[in-house]
Design a protein around this ligand. Structure first.
Ligand SMILES: Cc1ncc(COP(=O)(O)O)c(C=O)c1O
Length: 401
């Protein structure tokens, strides 16, 4: 059988040069040491590794304070394999809550923007929930929401950093609209905020944004530790108000030597990510994360300036709208093939530049660069050189000779 594994060098280089991924591709120093130390442990086995209970609760408490859950005792948090599992569990709990409250046997629905992550479609399909899909806009269209609400609407989804444009939605405005709806009808519609990438960004870079548990209708938030939480895949979280927690949906067993109650889908849980998240929280704290996120946005400015200077591209993000650190761009002359050619060209230089279509811009082909921790200024310089070489092939030949 052929060995398809790459050398260590190749693996980390390709991860570092993956421009599209939201995942952490670079852990270093003691954080990496902790990650490796815990690799042999299954975190669910808290009878054998009692510190995992403490580690998990410290991380959960940090997230609740980050998301401004004033009364911590009012919320549950669950570590999951990522945001997708967190979304699944949230919709499962919300559906049961809605059915119990409404004694309703009709099919519930959620209101979703077309830029929402596919995880919501997957969960809704599996849980037999309808989707009321808003019209395509770069972020959720608050003014149109009331047309999509009906008596079976069990939740509304907002993104703090959608996967398509990276932009954060106006959760505060959505909350106000749902507040008015409640006043007029008596129907309380909860908001689930998808903060997969923005959960570790907004509190540090956009402190003026109010999008979290301070808002009455925000009842659940998911976040991925393996994105801007600075931990390798795969760890996410669901934070949800106790009203939606149903112990009937948990499963209990004692075959690991201790009673273990789980609500999430997966049973086993890798300990490395939890330990590394705990380590990061304790060593970086709020101010450490804040510094890192501010550095990322300085690199976004650097990259945006370089792109503007090239004069070949339109920047969709960054714009005036708050967003997670990264850029989304299209070619100015709208030559769809050119972006694919650029992506292929870069691929020969080990970069991975994902391209996709922007429905709200007439299906123009766009590309995404996420500015993650690990995308160094040196790598940015190298990338800009490579893009310039693609844009000006003749200049490159002259340089070489
Ligand atoms: C906005 C958003 N939501 C959900 C997800 C799914 O997250 P995970 O990969 O942690 O399951 C992603 C992944 O990129 C995302 O960008």
């Amino acid at each position: 059988m052929q060995n398809t594994l790459l050398s260590n060098f190749n693996v980390s280089l390709r991860a570092a040069k993956n421009l599209g991924t939201f995942s952490t591709t670079c852990m270093q120093g003691d954080a990496l040491k902790v990650f490796n130390q815990y690799a042999a442990l299954n975190a669910v086995d808290s009878a054998a590794y009692p510190e995992m209970t403490h580690i998990t609760s410290q991380c959960g408490e940090f997230l609740l304070s980050l998301f401004n859950a004033d009364e911590r005792g009012n919320y549950h948090y669950f570590p999951t394999s990522g945001s997708s599992e967190a979304v699944f569990v949230s919709l499962l709990l919300m559906k049961h809550h809605w059915q119990l409250k409404n004694k309703n046997i009709e099919k519930p629905n959620i209101i979703l923007s077309p830029t929402a992550h596919v995880a919501f479609h997957v969960a809704a399909k599996s849980l037999d929930i309808d989707i009321n899909l808003l019209d395509y806009k770069d972020t959720i269209d608050v003014t149109a929401i009331h047309n999509y609400i009906n008596k079976n609407t069990m939740a509304l989804i907002c993104s703090m950093g959608n996967t398509i444009t990276l932009q954060m939605e106006e959760v505060e405005k959505v909350n106000a609209l749902l507040g008015r709806h409640f006043k007029n009808t008596g129907d309380f519609i909860p908001i689930h905020v998808d903060a997969a990438s923005g959960g570790f960004v907004a509190p540090f870079f956009y402190p003026q944004l109010i999008w979290d548990f301070r808002l009455e209708h925000v009842q659940a938030i998911n976040v991925s530790s393996h994105k801007f939480g600075l931990v390798y895949p795969s760890l996410g979280w669901l934070c949800i108000h106790n009203d939606y927690y149903l112990s009937d949906l948990s499963h209990e067993n004692s075959y690991l030597g201790k009673k273990i109650k789980r609500t999430v889908v997966q049973f086993s849980q890798p300990a490395s990510q939890l330990a590394a998240q705990h380590y990061n929280i304790h060593t970086l704290g709020f101010s450490g994360y804040q510094n890192i996120v501010h550095e990322l946005f300085s690199k976004v400015s650097l990259l945006s300036e370089a792109f503007k200077k090239m004069d070949f591209f339109n920047l969709v993000t960054p714009s005036s709208q708050p967003a997670v650190p990264g850029i989304i761009f299209t070619f100015k002359d709208n030559k769809q093939d050119k972006m694919i050619e650029l992506s292929r060209y870069l691929n020969q230089r080990y970069w991975h530049l994902p391209t996709f279509e922007l429905a709200h811009l007439g299906n123009k082909t766009a590309a995404r660069i996420i500015v993650r921790n690990g995308l160094s200024e040196q790598l940015i310089d190298e990338l800009v050189l490579d893009i310039n070489a693609f844009l000006h092939p003749s200049t490159q030949i002259i340089k070489k000779s």
